[in-house]
Design a protein around this ligand. Sequence first.
Ligand code: FES
Length: 179
Amino acid sequence: IVQESFSYSNPSMSRRKLLNFLTGAAVAASAGSALYPAAKYFVPPKESDSSDGAILAKDKLGHVIPASQILSEPVGTRALIAGLAGEPTYLTVKANGILDDRGIVNNCTHLGCTFPWNGRDEQFQCPCHGSRYSPDGSVVRGPADRPLKLVRVRVEDNRIWIAPWTDIDPRTGARPWWV
Ligand code: FES
């Protein structure tokens, strides 16, 4: 039995093995780069971002929603998605193919009913006891006495991230009631 050893004690053998090794490495590297897009496709996307507590927006079946799906809707559309902790949340399609960076949680601040967007009146109108909210979620008519909860919305790589809103509430200029 001849033991081939990868050492410089046999220069010609070492050179050949080294060449084979390098060629193999080159093939592996190019195969790896060719497979990368497929691998990227099959690896499920990261669904949460610990830096700001964001999660990916999903539909009611729990599937991640591509931003393009919502952005293909007409300007002014209020699209409902499942947001933080599964809370139904309205996203607003703005002009120039962008989403409003404020999402509005569909949970009436009176007693927690969900409500539709009324495009004709440009209001969120709660069917339970008649509270009404302006497009930014401010109370127009009670019995609700607090604005609707906000979340932060951002789009990256065709995915929609929903993060908690912890800054000053721009509608009241005060600390948000939900923080
Ligand atoms: Fe919406 Fe009462 S729960 S008005």
